[in-house]
Each structure stands twice: as C-alpha cells, then as structure tokens.
Design a protein around this ligand. Structure first.
Ligand SMILES: [Mg+2]
Length: 406
C-alpha cells in the first residue's frame, strides 16, 4: 500500500468569501455572486445557503423567491478572484513542491513525509495550513487529506461538515465510503453512475469489493483507476502547472536622468525587493546576482557576483548590491536606468521541508516574510528595506503599485 499523503485545499464559498474580504460590512450577511450579465447565482455565502438560495438559480427567480430577505447581490469580479487565488496558491507552494491547481479555488498538494520533517501530526499540519491561509489571505478553506486524489477530494467534502479539516486513513476507507452517493465521487458523472447502478452498485463502498475485471471490462482503464484510487492508491498523479523561472530581473528607467548616488541606490533596493519577493513567492533562491546601470547615451555597465550560499534574503543580497554598485557607479556619468538580475535559481529545498523550524526564526528571513505578508495585505511596494531599516516607499514608486485595501 502506498503511503502518499495528498491534501485537497478548497476555498469555502470562494467568490462570496472574496467579496466579503474586500467589503467586511458584508460579513454575516446573505451574499450572492452573479454570473456575467447578472444572469444567475454562481456563489453563495453561508447565510445565503441557509436561507435556501440554490446554486445556478436565475437572479430574477431568487429575487422573487427570497424578496423578504435582505440578500446582497454582487456582480462577479473575476480579476479579483484570480488575484486572491494566486495568493492562495503561492502560499500553498511553501508547503509543497507540487501544487496541482484544479480550479480557481482548489489545489492538490503533496504533503508526504512532512509530518516527520516537521515533527507534527498530519491533522495538526493541515489545521496549520488552514489557519495560515485564513490569517494571511483572509479566506476560509476546507482541507481533506488522504492517500489518493479521489479520497482527498471526498475528505475535503467531509471537512466542510466538520471543523474544516478531515483525514481519510487507509484503515477507515470502507467506513468513510459507506453509503456515499456515486455522484459524490470525483470523476463519476451521470453516465458512469448509471452504468454502475445497472450492475447493482449504488454507493461508493460497493466499488471496493467488485473485482478488477468488471471495471476493466465495463468502464475501461479509467474505471479500474477509480477503484484503485478509492482503495487509497495514488494512481492519478499530481501535476504542478507552476512554472519556475530560471532567472528574474527587474529594470526601470528613471523618471529623470540622474547622477545621484543615493537615488540610484534606492532604485536598486526597490528592484532587489521585488526580485526577492518573487523568489520567496516561488520558494526559490539565487546564487548569482548582478547590477546593471544604463547611461544616458545607452551604454550598459554590469557587475555580477557568485554568492557563497544561495539565498532569497534581501538583507543578505543588499550587501552584494551595494558592493557591486560601488564598483560600477561613476559620479561623472549621467544614468537613465538601473536593474537587478538574478540567475542560477533553484528551489529552496530547506525551507520546503522545515517551514516550522529554525530557518524561519532567522531574523532576516522573518523580516522578509513580514514584509511579504504586509504587502499581501496592503498592496505591493507599501514598504521596502531602506538604508536604515524600513522606510515608506517614495512617491515616484507609487505608480508601479497596485493597491488592494486588504
Ligand atoms: Mg470551493
């Protein structure tokens, strides 16, 4: 028997939760999100569900049927949901190398052996992930954990009716699948369910005992895979759609040509911050850093350095930047732009395995993460490392910020 531990993270009432996050006055109110052109209801808050508003219900019908309730109807803002989804998926990548994004608010992640590495039980681990998403993103999720994707999906449904987390262990599979409707199994649609019923299989647990030949013959390879998945074998692989860059660069022209050393250094620090933030988002580290200055007459000067140890800490990298900048800068030259480039990027394996432990307690790492968290809440560029700690970013940088009032 395989010992995979696959978690499915699923946003609760996701679109409605995103709207409530952006407008906290909607909290505890029945909220419905409407499809394009306000045709029908595509998401409901917990309170709207309790009233009885149905998924997919046309807007005009809901208005008529639930006219006595103060339901708040909101037109869908998919770019907002996409934005929050990216934040959620990026956060998940801190826990797993593989984030298999299934939909805008659902992803499978592989947590195998993270209990040992972090000396934590799986139930505490998924509870921690759930609480972290709630704290850092502001969205409530349900997490199911089991040894196959199909079982993880069933566990996540069960999580919605318990305390937000649920584990299906291999020893309890039969009990967990007992009397579960066929249509509640991931990948079982009306046609497969009809075929199974015609052979006297009405519930998920009955699939477990039927012999392999039956599935192969009646439903083909997919049918057999379904049985194995329900038995707890990880047949359907996790596929990470996440792309990991090989290099990251940030360059920008100055609003006015400049020979001001402090000003150019501040620009480089901002680039460095954005580069490091990207590295941390992707859980990557760099081992080559380079500084670029472009002169008024388009000559390019570059200095680079190979680091002793790969990092994504801007405090560490800032020392290199300063050194490289001092080698490059000539006060008699007028510059038009600057940039930071990092190469030779690799996964931050250490951080992957021990997100609870020592390395996160290192001061510099903690500070960087705090900045990331603040930026996730208040928008990019809200703070950056200055020459003497933290300072607010200057006005000229504001044009590249995207403010989200989190
Ligand atoms: Mg969901």
């Amino acid at each position: 028997m395989n010992n995979k531990k696959i978690a499915l993270i699923d946003g609760d009432n996701f679109f409605a939760s995103c709207e409530i996050l952006m407008n906290p006055s909607l909290k505890n109110k029945p909220v419905c999100v409407l499809s394009n052109n306000d045709g029908c209801i595509i998401a409901r808050s917990k309170e709207a569900k309790q009233i009885g508003v149905r998924m997919g219900m046309p807007y005009f019908m809901a208005k008529k049927e639930f006219g006595n309730y103060n339901i708040v109807y909101i037109s869908a803002d998919f770019s907002l949901y996409h934005d929050i989804s990216i934040r959620m998926m990026n956060l998940l990548s801190k826990y797993s190398d593989i984030v298999d994004i299934y939909s805008i608010d659902e992803a499978f992640i592989d947590l195998t052996n993270l209990d040992k590495y972090n000396r934590i039980s799986y139930i505490n681990l998924i509870t921690h992930i759930r609480e972290t998403i709630l704290k850092e993103i502001g969205i409530s999720v349900s997490i199911g954990l089991s040894s196959s994707k199909t079982l993880a999906k069933i566990a996540s449904h069960k999580a919605k009716n318990s305390c937000g987390v649920y584990i299906i262990n291999n020893e309890n599979i039969h009990k967990e699948l007992y009397k579960l409707d066929l249509e509640d199994i991931w990948g079982v649609g009306k046609n497969i369910a009809r075929t199974l019923r015609s052979f006297g299989i009405f519930h998920a647990h009955e699939i477990l005992n039927k012999d392999d030949e039956f599935f192969k013959y009646e439903l083909g390879k997919k049918g057999l895979e379904l049985k194995y998945e329900l038995q707890g074998q990880a047949i359907i692989p996790l596929i990470s759609k996440e792309e990991y860059p090989k290099s990251i660069q940030r360059t920008r022209a100055f609003p006015n040509f400049s020979s001001n050393k402090d000003y150019i250094m501040t620009e480089l620090e901002l680039h460095l911050h954005n580069v490091c933030k990207k590295l941390r988002e992707k859980n990557q580290v760099t081992s080559i850093i380079s500084v670029m200055l472009r002169t008024k007459d388009f000559k390019v000067f570059v200095q680079e350095e190979k680091l002793d140890k790969a990092t994504n800490s801007e405090i560490v990298l800032k020392k290199y930047i300063r050194k490289l900048f001092n080698l490059l800068f000539n006060q008699n030259i007028i510059y038009r732009s600057s940039g930071i480039l990092t190469y030779s990027l690799e996964k931050n394996e250490k951080n992957q395995l021990s997100f609870f432990q020592d390395n996160l307690n290192i001061k510099e790492n903690k500070l960087s993460r705090t900045i990331d968290e603040l930026e996730n809440k208040f928008g990019n560029g809200i703070i950056a490392l200055g020459q003497s700690g933290i300072k607010t970013v200057q006005n000229e940088h504001k044009r590249q910020m995207r403010f989200r009032p989190f």
